[in-house]
Design a protein around this ligand. Structure first.
Ligand SMILES: Cc1ncc(COP(=O)(O)O)c(C=O)c1O
Length: 454
């Protein structure tokens, strides 16, 4: 059995906490049956698998699920991140890839994902807030980074000192120029045109004035317009005409900028759905978010269809199990009642961990079967119906997989149960769930930067 070293860290900006071993093969599903590794435990109601109090034998399927191991974990496969970046990079070449690692890399961990993506050939990192970009710099990452959503309180001087490229939609231009003047630096900016999304981005009627002023500031030497960009609104619905209209508006905006004397080296508009569906949207760089995490933005198209590998796997130990009679209600609101005597398993993940409260009937892989959640998801837990034939003592301490890769429930099934997108499911997995990193370079990628190690 191949054993990988796994770095565990608390999600949301912490760093390596401790290491654990994880069996990469021999993942056992199916109960009851001969356990790959057995522990003698207390009683059918044992809540700590592995403690000896009686003669029952409870299978413990994973080394990390032994007492003291991970109770719940989002396992991030950094080899999958690399694979996905390489897959997309070869598709869009000669356009370059910006790896979008905002929002803690959609919940996967910004620093380890950024390191993996850069190793796989990403040329740029995308971090929506300057604070996110600075966190990457603090981890020793010196690759180009673009940050594009600012407020009046954004620390532009710190961004310039850290060499972070700044998106500019309008009002930011003067404060950035002022910060550059004060620091004696040349700010690198990417002007953003709103081609139809209606969020940030400069409206078309103000674009001539913005580009003209940027050209003046470029001549003064306080800034360099390194890029011009925009963002799609409906690229995940390829049949809609608006994407083509946005590309037309982008071309017009590039022409206005050219007439103003600007010569940006990087024009970029495509997100994952845009780069997948429109080769005419690749320009000089694509901004790759969801696809890097191995997920598909296109309805009816799976990760496998795209040659991508989901990078996040969410699993936990079953915390408890019990037999209940017909008629037993479950969880707040008693929205589900057992139709027959059955066995229920308690899954120790809830909405405080990022599991959507409304996700009822979502799949959980348990004992080799895909079972369904029943009743409301609560703050810390939810319940799965195992059916009448399962003995509770065979379940406690076994692994439950909410979503993952091949042979496991897809993230999309949870998104469907919660009436949302795969984007939201992975991004909202909260810092309470430790992240474990696997992959050839996992230990180095997840390591805390020099000087911050305990
Ligand atoms: C401006 C911008 N570019 C690129 C992306 C990445 O999008 P996707 O995850 O669809 O690749 C995002 C994410 O929402 C974004 O806001």
């Amino acid at each position: 059995m191949r054993v990988l070293r796994v770095r565990l860290r608390q999600g949301g900006g912490g760093h390596a906490q401790h290491s654990a071993t994880r069996a990469s093969s021999g993942r056992r599903r199916g109960f009851p049956g001969p356990p790959p590794r057995c522990r003698t435990v207390t009683s059918p109601r044992a809540d700590r698998p592995g403690r000896r109090r009686g003669s029952r034998v409870v299978p413990v399927h994973h080394p990390e699920l032994t007492p003291g191991g991970a109770e719940r974990v989002a396992t991030i496969d950094l080899d999958a991140i690399e694979h996905n970046v390489r897959t997309i990079a070869s598709k869009v070449a000669p356009a370059r890839v910006m790896a979008v690692v905002k929002a803690d890399a959609y919940g996967h961990g910004a620093v380890p994902v950024a390191r993996a993506a850069l190793r796989a050939g990403a040329a740029f990192l995308g971090a929506v807030h300057v604070s996110e970009a600075l966190a990457l710099r603090a981890a020793g990452i010196d690759a180009p980074i673009l940050s594009w959503l600012h407020t009046a309180s954004t620390d532009f001087p710190a961004a310039l000192a850290a060499g972070v490229d700044l998106g500019v939609s309008g009002w930011e231009l003067e404060p950035i120029a002022e910060a550059a003047r004060a620091a004696g630096r040349t700010a690198r900016v990417h002007l953003k045109i709103d081609t139809g999304l209606g969020r940030n981005g400069c409206p078309a009627d103000l674009w001539p004035a913005l580009t003209a002023r940027a050209a003046e500031l470029e001549a003064e030497g306080v800034l360099r317009v390194a890029g011009i960009f925009s963002h799609f609104s409906v690229a995940d619905e390829p049949e809609r005409p608006e994407t083509g209209e946005q590309l037309g508006a982008f071309e017009a905006a590039l022409e206005v900028a050219r007439a103003a004397g600007l010569r940006p080296e990087t024009r970029h508009i495509a997100n994952t759905p845009g780069l997948l569906t429109r080769t005419d949207a690749h320009y000089d760089m694509v901004r790759l978010g969801l696809g890097m995490y191995g997920l598909s933005p296109l309805e009816g198209v799976t990760s496998a269809d795209l040659g991508l590998r989901p990078a996040m796997r969410l699993s936990c130990q079953v915390a408890a199990a019990k037999r209940v009679p017909a008629g037993q209600g479950v969880s707040y609101g008693l929205r589900w009642h057992a139709q027959r005597p059955t066995t229920l398993a308690l899954i120790p993940l809830g909405y405080a961990d990022g599991i959507p409260r409304i996700a009822e009937g979502a799949p959980v892989l348990l004992g080799g079967r895909v079972l369904r959640s029943v009743g409301r998801v609560a703050m810390d837990q939810f319940v799965v119906d195992l059916g009448p034939d399962v003995a509770p003592e065979d379940v406690v301490g076994t692994e439950a997989v909410l979503f993952g890769g091949e042979g496991e429930p897809p993230v999309e099934a949870w998104a469907e149960a919660a009436s949302t997108l795969n984007y939201e499911i992975v991004t909202r997995i909260s810092p309470r769930v430790p992240r474990a990193y696997v992959g050839a370079h996992a230990a180095a990628d997840a390591a805390a930067p020099e000087g911050t190690r305990p």
